[in-house]
Design a protein around this ligand. Structure first.
Ligand SMILES: CC(=O)N[C@H](C=O)[C@@H](O)[C@H](O)[C@H](O)COP(=O)(O)O
Length: 228
């Protein structure tokens, strides 16, 4: 069983890199994602976030830093590690931290967020990151026992507009509320300056995905600038 993380000291003020390739994409291969993850660690990533059971397993073998694992099932509604079964599979695959949907929406298995988090805690050594979409989600997730709160779903549920960059207003609001669980800023952090701004807004750590690990998106940004 994966060794339990006893504290988050190593993540304070640090960069977490998310390495994900989407269905049908050329880089959708667990070995590739593990190599991308290892490259991010070489560059200074303090933890890695990966999607899918095989990606978690390969990445655990490739890096020494904590691994945040999730399992996306579908692409709308509650799809980020939607049930306790998905969460325990991520834990068994070696995720030190399992990222799950942390919104207040009904979950496909009928369990509450609190029951899901308790189920992970009592059946594995993994901690839980609740991927939230609003301030109210964050408050509820902290009350439900989440170990980490993420702004991952801000702009992807009905609660918040999809800001161009990170939702700094939400990050500042959650940080100011001192909910008792470290706040991870995640979602649309596309530049070093935006990562800095998320930290300055009160985040404990930041997750950057697309801007570091998704070449087709990055290429598209450059191409759009040239085409404009
Ligand atoms: C909403 C959703 O499905 N977010 C996912 C969560 O794991 C990923 O697709 C994102 O890449 C990740 O959150 C990092 O964000 P960004 O790629 O914007 O830096």
């Amino acid at each position: 069983m994966t060794l339990k993380l006893t504290n988050f000291d190593a993540l304070a003020g640090q960069l977490v890199v998310s390495a994900q390739a989407y269905p049908g994409e050329p880089m959708r291969d667990p070995r590739t994602m593990a190599q991308v993850a290892a490259s991010a660690v070489t560059g200074g990533a303090a933890a890695i976030r990966v999607q899918g059971i095989a990606d978690i397993q390969f990445t655990r073998a490739a890096v020494e830093v904590p691994v945040i694992g999730l399992w996306k099932d579908g692409h709308d509604g509650v799809f980020i590690t939607p049930t306790l079964r998905h969460a325990l599979a991520c834990a068994s695959a070696g995720a030190h931290i399992v990222a799950i949907d942390g919104t207040r929406r009904p979950r496909p298995d009928g369990l509450s967020l609190e029951e899901t988090i308790a189920g992970v805690h009592s059946n594995s050594n993994s901690l839980v990151m609740a991927d939230c979409g609003s301030f109210e989600d964050a408050v509820a997730a902290a009350e439900a026992g989440a170990d980490l709160i993420g702004t991952t779903l801000a702009g992807y549920t009905d609660d918040r507009p999809k800001t161009d960059g990170p939702d700094l207003e939400l990050i500042a609001q959650i940080a100011a509320a001192n909910l008792g669980a470290p706040l991870i800023a995640e979602g649309r952090i596309h530049s070093p300056a935006q990562a800095r701004a998320a930290m300055d807004a009160g985040a404990f750590a930041v997750v950057v995905g697309t801007a570091i690990t998704h070449p087709s998106s990055i290429t598209g940004w450059f191409k759009a600038a040239l085409d404009a």
